[in-house]
Design a protein around this ligand. Sequence first.
Ligand SMILES: Cc1cc2nc3c(=O)[nH]c(=O)nc-3n(C[C@H](O)[C@H](O)[C@H](O)COP(=O)(O)OP(=O)(O)OC[C@H]3O[C@@H](n4cnc5c(N)ncnc54)[C@H](O)[C@@H]3O)c2cc1C
Length: 486
Amino acid sequence: MSSTHIVWFRNDLRVADQAALAAAVSGAEADGGAVLPVFVLDDADADGWAPGGASRWWLHHSLKALAADLEKLGAPLVLRRGKALDVIPELAAEAKAAVVHAGASAEPAARRIDRALAEALPKQGSALKRHRTTMLFNPNEVRTQSGGPYGVYTPFSRACFALGVAPPVPAPARIQGAAPPASDRLEDWALLPGGPGSREPDWAGGLRDTWQPGAAGAERRLAAFLKDGLLHYDARRNLPGIASTSALSPHIRFGEISGAAVWHAAVAAAGNAGKGLETFLKELLWREFSIHLLWHNPALPDAPLRPEFARMPWREDGAALRAWQRGLTGVPIVDAGMRQLWQTGWMHNRVRMIVASFLVKHLLIPWQEGERWFWDTLVDADLAANSASWQWVAGSGADAAPYFRIFNPVLQGAKFDADGAYVRRFVPELAKLDAAHIHAPWEAPEAALRAAGVALGATYPRPIVDLAEGRRRALAAYEAIRSEAA
Ligand SMILES: Cc1cc2nc3c(=O)[nH]c(=O)nc-3n(C[C@H](O)[C@H](O)[C@H](O)COP(=O)(O)OP(=O)(O)OC[C@H]3O[C@@H](n4cnc5c(N)ncnc54)[C@H](O)[C@@H]3O)c2cc1C
């Protein structure tokens, strides 16, 4: 009997290597039925982690691109806003759908919704089928020898390499689309700041200048990286002043390109030889490791994995937090990173580690504050990667950087931005300062500051914390929770 096969798109906004779409298409071909693609904007059931501002901007454009791709293939995308728990059964009933195909997620809210739908849908003659669309492996597939989850990255990555990544499958040539039920208009969702229905000013100019959301933009980034970046990736990936990494993260986060497609394209471009290739594949596995951690630790976004960190004597310091958020801490590499984030919705990984360490260690502000700010401002904000990375930097997570390893932002700047090009780009008020002083202007001789037009405390702030003092305070706080735990 012919029936309707719903594809429920989530963080997998693409038509190629999309297992849920492929299953719906082959189901419809087998029973002479049709495919109904849907996307549900569900802000209510997200455990407080509904998409932030930068993600909403990206989502708008990504959905537009996906809708155009699906339309070309023959199946228009239906948009609905509301609780997925209500909307999906309603749509399944309206379309008389036999199956709802969806990508599986490690996010706790999505897992809870899926469990409820798996019970509810059969009562109305439909079924939920989940597919692996956002991960390289199913979370339970990567297991230690004793059958448990991994808590340490290196053996996890070895296990992944041993399993091997399945090759991507191409997009369907054509989709037999179902007669679409009523759809919301994307414009009415007011995802764009300054757009119709938005109460915010338009702050997205820098995002528009930097990114092309959608599968075509992802392909373009990938091609550029494979041509110019992959070979030198191992040597250059820590240098924020040049385009040293792929900048694929928002595309991967929204699933505009699959991890498997990136993996196999990199292997094909580099052969199996280069160190650049190996290091790059390992970064893709850091993403997978974050997903693995979230799957096995659903409280990861909110609570420290190491319980003693719940007793950390964090400071409440609104003024320092605001200075950090705005890139006005007086520490140039930190300010450059925070301004890159604000302007472009993205920050280089090395600098993410530096600014995060500065917040949780030198300022002793809870990692959750930084995690929230990143959530709102990153175009690649991802529940698994963001929370795992913040816990890693804070020292409270699995396989985390030890708390006592405190980045010195001046030395980090001098090492990874030796000529100061990165600071000059994002902190223009320091642009004329020579490389010897650009990472610690408070140590520069008065004449050098004057020649560069810098007046500390007037054109650029003095550091909001004494770095040596901040370090001592952090170590003392850590010692206190450690000795209590012992
Ligand atoms: C405090 C902090 C917060 C972070 N928050 C996020 C986040 O919300 N979303 C996010 O995607 N990444 C996050 N990262 C990880 C990392 O910084 C970004 O993935 C990376 O900078 C993206 O740039 P790229 O695409 O050029 O990466 P590349 O170096 O080109 O790496 C390729 C891909 O591998 C993945 N990847 C690389 N490094 C990591 C990593 N350490 N952890 C997880 N995945 C990784 C990404 O999908 C990335 O696109 C965070 C890191 C830190 C220190």
